[in-house]
Write a protein that binds this ligand. Sequence first.
Ligand SMILES: O=C1O[C@H](COP(=O)(O)O)[C@@H](O)[C@H](O)[C@H]1O
Length: 396
Amino acid sequence: MHPRSSSNKYTADTDDDLSLSSDSEDEEEDDEDDDASEAGSRSTVAPDDEASLIANMTLSLSMTADQLATHLPKAHRGSGSTATKSSNRRRLAEECRLQLTQVLGPGRLAALDQLIEAAARAHDVPHEDDLKHELGHEYSTHAELVNIRVNAEQGVDQCTHIGSGGNDKAGVGQAAAKWLCEQAEAAIADHQSFSVAFSGGSLPSILASGLTDDLVKRCQPDKWQVYFADERLVAHDDDESNYKEVRKTCMAKLNIKPEQVHAIDAGLPVEQAAAAYEADMKASLGSEGRLDVVLLGMGPDGHTCSLFPEHPLLQEQDKLVASISDSPKPPPQRITLTFKALSHAGQVAFITAGDGKSEVLRSVLMDGDCQLPASMVRSATGLPLWFVDKGAAAKL
Ligand SMILES: O=C1O[C@H](COP(=O)(O)O)[C@@H](O)[C@H](O)[C@H]1O
């Protein structure tokens, strides 16, 4: 199943938390629709389908319907029959809400919920100014929306602003490092340890540049367990090794000890190395291999981890860690977390910078039909976070 349309990506607490209308209301609404269809009088039915819901939210957020649609899973856009629309309404509402949670953060979302719920019930649209007052933001462009998502999820306003204001790799590194350390603090407070998977490529040096002494002191790196989102099958001292790059950058700053690191056994054949890594993850993190945080990069072709566009590995359903022997980017032999492993992670964050990533970032965040691996990533909590600079965000 395509992760973008996977129903389990949004499973967390949806039934309790995410409804804009109750089950019984839905049943009543479905009955109404049925009655109306039987009587051949759809036009008399109150506009309570997804079109009006989108209209409400669109107006509420000052977005165009197309802009909002880019935030909805493909399965719920498009036309579809009236009956399909009706039966999809609650699911749509839930997914809209999840998307909006990503945009606004749980605090401000509560205010929006009340207004949207009232609007959906009364077939009325809350006054835009009320929403802006409640939420404290202007919503005008997609880039602004993405800014708000990043800001809201980090709980701060002075972090990386996608598409605005002189941000560079250093800004991305600062914002991402601050966020990562907050995740570590929260995980350690909750379960006394923090598990994080690093990617290679440009990510380790960008992130390390933001790891200040203050942050390092606060985030208790001695309680971290370090994994790899992907790794090339080369010796650990090879320049191509992700381990080598992470060690000389982030691990050096964090003073991570070798016994805290889960590196691959590069002496094994690649399939066995992947199987051994999966066994290590299950032994140390539980049967689902649940990492607290996975940090991802994105190549200019839209690959992430070692999941490359159109590669059969994108369909992997069972393994948490897979091997690849024909990587289009050298070296060819690698191991990689699968979408399944990512979907179990508490949080997934992309860290990427530079105008060489702008076109692919536009596709990933804005093309509804995007099939690139980076657009297919979901964590246990939904959409990934993005830490990007102005160059990468130039085309949003
Ligand atoms: O090969 C790889 O590339 C990606 C992207 O790297 P970047 O240099 O374009 O940031 C990286 O995330 C992955 O870990 C690595 O193995």
